[in-house]
Design a protein around this ligand. Sequence first.
Ligand code: ZN
Length: 311
Amino acid sequence: MKEILFLNPVFKEMVWGGSRLREFGYAIPSDSTGECWAISAHPNGDGTVVSGRFAGCRLSELWQEHRELFGSLKGDRFPLLVKIIDAKGDLSIQVHPDDAYAMEHENGSYGKTECWYILDCDPDATIVIGHNAKNSQEVADMIRQERWSEFIREIPVKKGDFFQINPGCVHAIKGGTMILETQQNSDITYRVYDYGRLQNGKPRQLHVEQSIAVIRAPYVAEAAEQRTVTAVGDASVEHLVTCPYYSVEKITLDGTARFVQDKPFLNVSVYEGEGVLDGTPVRKGDHFILPADYGEFTLEGNLSLIVSSVE
Ligand code: ZN
């Protein structure tokens, strides 16, 4: 049975969050809402199915009890997590562990590889990616001596940019930026530096030793993956990244296009416009999964989508 699995997002209030998630039609809890966990089976924000045969089911339950929807993939948890992030303020400068480190030190968690599609940002926006230390000793020295302006590598960013963030890569989104993030299903973050800010009168916890242990040095800029564009009907399909954990594409449609869902499952996020998918209306802010064996589908309308899959 061909069924689109629409998901109810889970919202997270953050010190650095804002109110722009309302632009997606969401009823957010406050004007400091930082994250929309849009396609998530993580225990810290497990999304539920909106309607249909599985209405009300958590995505984690579907993964456990209806693995056929996901091509009978192996694994004890749904592999991906898709978020929209609205940073009104600067996020702390952080780094994530890889699978091996997280397995050993974080109670069997996955590590975190993530990627960002920049939905919007201020005209003069920047982001933090990488660092300027020559080797691991210099990483430790610069962090322990709080030489932040020397350490941190900051680059300009604009709407439509895309970044792959591997484990061990120092990174931070700065205020005025909205992104769509596709990541491994993990919530392990080591905070390197928080700009000396206070929350409820106290600094937020830093993870200095874990950060020093996992930061890779020297930083090597990702060879900009070729963003190849293919025409499919009235759509253009732009390949953004393929890594061991996911493949991510951007689809822009003005008209009609037919596609084939032949992956174990396909995550779809509508970040602009509105249209129809096989007779079902879809619009900006919708997130859904096309399950295994969904097969051919037709999209009509004016739509911008980010889609992700695993092999
Ligand atoms: Zn991150």
